[in-house]
Design a protein around this ligand. Structure first.
Ligand code: C5P
Length: 301
């Protein structure tokens, strides 16, 4: 199963940079370099940013979308870091390019925004420049850009949910997993990932129970109720309203609620799409300034 997100008009290559949702996130240790050992269940949705790359006379980077004003346009942007890193591989094969990013995912939100953009840029440029770098080489390059980039690269070629271990580089697709109806909310709080990891007061937490095959959304939710997001407590110390965000989602009729990544985006899984759309409408009406989005995640059967 692959995501049909790549489009080409002959000159431009466009890709969806899908939202990344940490359905579970266990922190089980810390490496000598400070990075944490993680065990996560990660899914990707059909909502996200959009990247397009076009041959140009000079390198250019343009942005649009609701969250465009909040991202750096200089070389701090992961998209430009991805372009420059790829170029170091075979500079003679990488002529100037215009990259456009439509930014629909909130920033510092725990749903992989910068990493998924970097992964989409690596994949699109690999295609535009006809570098033919294999997936494994892109994974290695991606890890230099950030711990979440390899899993987002996986989403570029196959949207199947993953069991992710290590610092984020050890990827195992979950073979039997249904597509999920997910509601995402973010009240506008930006949380910096390094700050949340630093605020952890326990780093050797119990492992995930190994996931089996899941035949239904109910089975997924029953499993997820036995998991945690170990970054929730540290995130809550910086954003004390997070528990009430989860409570609001749970009260809307969700089957499972949790925070994604290092926050502050919270999500709800619904077994009924109709209930999810009703909850979305209610929450949007009550909080018109929040990010409130529904997405269907890619399954694997
Ligand atoms: O790799 P990336 O730059 O995306 O990670 C952001 C920050 O999150 C790191 O600087 C580190 O503080 C923290 N992190 C971590 N352990 C991980 C992933 C990220 O401590 N496995």
């Amino acid at each position: 199963m692959s995501i049909s997100v790549s489009a080409s008009d002959g000159a431009t290559i466009s890709r969806l940079a899908p939202v990344k949702i940490n359905l579970a996130l266990h922190v089980t240790g810390q490496r000598a370099n400070g990075y944490h050992e993680l065990e996560m269940i990660v899914a990707f949705g059909d909502f996200g940013d959009h990247i397009s790359v076009t041959p140009a006379l000079h390198d250019d980077f343009t942005v649009s979308g609701y969250y465009a004003p909040f991202i750096p346009l200089n070389n701090d942007n992961l998209v430009l870091k991805a372009r420059d890193l790829l170029r170091t591989q075979t500079p003679s094969k990488c002529p100037p390019v215009h990259i456009h990013l439509e930014k629909k995912l909130p920033i510092a939100a725990g749903i992989g925004g910068g990493s998924t953009d970097a992964a989409a840029a690596l994949t699109a440029l690999n295609e535009l420049w006809q570098l033919d770098l294999p997936y494994e080489a892109l994974l290695e390059l991606g890890l230099h850009l950030g711990a979440d980039v390899p899993m987002c690269l996986h989403s570029q070629q196959n949207g199947a949910p993953l069991l992710v271990r290590g610092i984020g580089e050890d990827l195992s697709p979950l073979v039997e997993f249904p597509a999920l109806h997910i509601l995402l909310i973010n009240d506008g709080t930006a949380l910096a990932t390094p700050t949340i990891f630093k605020a952890l007061n326990k780093r050797d937490n119990p492992s995930l129970i190994a996931p089996n095959a899941f035949q239904s959304i109910d089975e997924v939710c029953a499993y997820l109720r036995k998991t945690r997001n170990d970054l929730f407590r540290p995130a809550e110390t910086l954003a004390p309203q997070l528990q009430s965000r989860l409570d609001e989602l749970a009260a809307s009729g969700a089957d499972f609620v949790q925070m994604s990544g290092s926050g502050a985006t919270c999500f709800a899984i619904f077994s009924s799409c109709e209930n999810m759309l009703q909850a979305k409408q209610q929450i949007r009406q009550a909080h018109p300034d929040w990010f409130v989005v529904t997405t269907q995640t890619y399954g694997n059967h």
